[in-house]
Design a protein around this ligand. Structure first.
Ligand code: HEM
Ligand code: FPP
Length: 305
């Protein structure tokens, strides 16, 4: 691998691409103080995206640094540049710090302080609270840690408006509830990896059967939570259609997982979770810009901050 590719790998490019996608959609869903649709200014759009991207990449690189011992022990992660020794911990530290500092400079100087502060908390939440502490401490690690990964739509929204709106928190709630079925599906497939590395993920501590039930409960909760944007008047019928169809698909996987047709089925569910979130957010966007706001239920909220 070239040096460039090794540094790119540190930033978890595909995970971060979806985080940034959700942040950008958050930007295009933002409404003004009167509740009207608005387009982001070019500055909020470009520098907001850049700042959130760099902060997420920085968090991912810190995750590589802190997890190097675990990563060496797991088949899925043993090829990572720190695990193989292709990069040194000092190189990774400098890279992660540089990304983090530049992201904060971009957000503070070119976007707004609220977005910078919330992004900073997300970075610390993932890199320090989740990776360095929760991951090793409790099988609820990814549930609590999921809050950091769920932040991007809120960050996108605040980048555009400078204020926090309950609608944006609904988007956070969706990703927060989506994270457990997303991750535990993969963890079931990789249970031996986590067991070898002694990471207390739910299938390791409580078994695969118990984890399947948790996945099922969170998937039902996710189905209900994804109805909120429609019920609160944020989104209309196009979104409702998308959420219900995608949600039925997710529920089908959760039920089938109790009696999977093959060993690879949990991975299929994990892959579906990624498509699910991407398409759900695409529906939110399409609905917001294609449907006349009058179709929406007449419920409006005041910004919180
Ligand atoms: C605490 C929360 C989360 C945990 C523990 C988690 C865990 C994981 C793990 C272990 C992988 C496998 C990576 C690999 O293939 O080696 C993965 C992949 C992925 N995750 Fe998550 N995830 C979380 C939150 C999120 C969030 C919030 C997003 C985006 C909104 C996301 C998007 C993705 C994507 C797109 C992939 C596929 C990456 C690829 O194809 O290489 N994840 N996740
Ligand atoms: C500023 C901001 C929005 C920060 C969020 C950063 C971020 C990259 C969130 C994604 C969550 C994720 C990939 C967790 C997996 O970590 P893991 O250590 O369990 O997985 P691994 O074993 O693949 O490293």
């Amino acid at each position: 691998m070239t040096k460039f590719k090794q540094y790119m790998e540190l930033t978890k490019p595909r995970v971060v691409a979806l985080l940034v996608f959700c942040a950008v959609i958050g930007m295009f869903l933002a409404v003004d103080a009167e509740g009207n649709r608005m387009l982001p200014s070019w500055q909020a759009g470009i520098f907001g995206t850049l700042g959130i991207w760099l902060a997420s990449a920085s968090a991912a690189a810190f995750n590589h640094l802190i997890d190097q011992r675990i990563d060496k022990l797991m088949a899925r992660t043993s090829h990572r540049p720190l695990a193989t020794g292709e990069l040194t911990p000092m190189q990774v530290f400098v890279f992660a710090m540089a990304l983090g500092i530049v992201s904060m400079l971009v957000l503070v100087c070119l976007v707004n302080t609220l977005t910078a502060v919330l992004t900073f908390f997300s970075l610390i939440g993932y890199a320090v609270i989740y990776t360095a502490y929760l991951k090793r401490a409790t099988p609820q690690n990814i549930v609590i840690g999921g809050l950091a990964g769920a932040a991007p739509p809120v960050l996108g929204w605040t980048a555009v408006t400078g204020s926090l709106h309950p609608y944006a928190l609904q988007l956070l709630l969706i990703i927060f509830v989506w994270t457990p079925p997303h991750f535990w599906a993969l963890a079931i497939f990789r249970v031996d990896d986590y067991s070898r590395a002694q990471v207390p993920m739910l299938p390791v501590t409580h078994g695969v059967k118990f984890t399947r039930w948790h996945i099922f409960f969170y998937t039902v909760l996710l189905f209900l939570v994804t109805l909120l944007p429609f019920l609160t008047g944020m989104s209309g019928l196009i979104y409702l259609f998308g959420a219900v169809v995608l949600g039925i698909g997710f529920l089908w996987y959760a039920v089938r997982l109790f009696n999977p047709p093959d060993d690879f089925f949990a991975m299929k569910m994990f892959n579906y979770s990624i498509i699910y979130l991407m398409v759900l957010f695409a529906f939110l966007l399409a609905d917001h810009w294609l449907v006349e706001p009058m179709v929406h239920l007449p419920v409006t909220f005041e910004p919180i901050v």
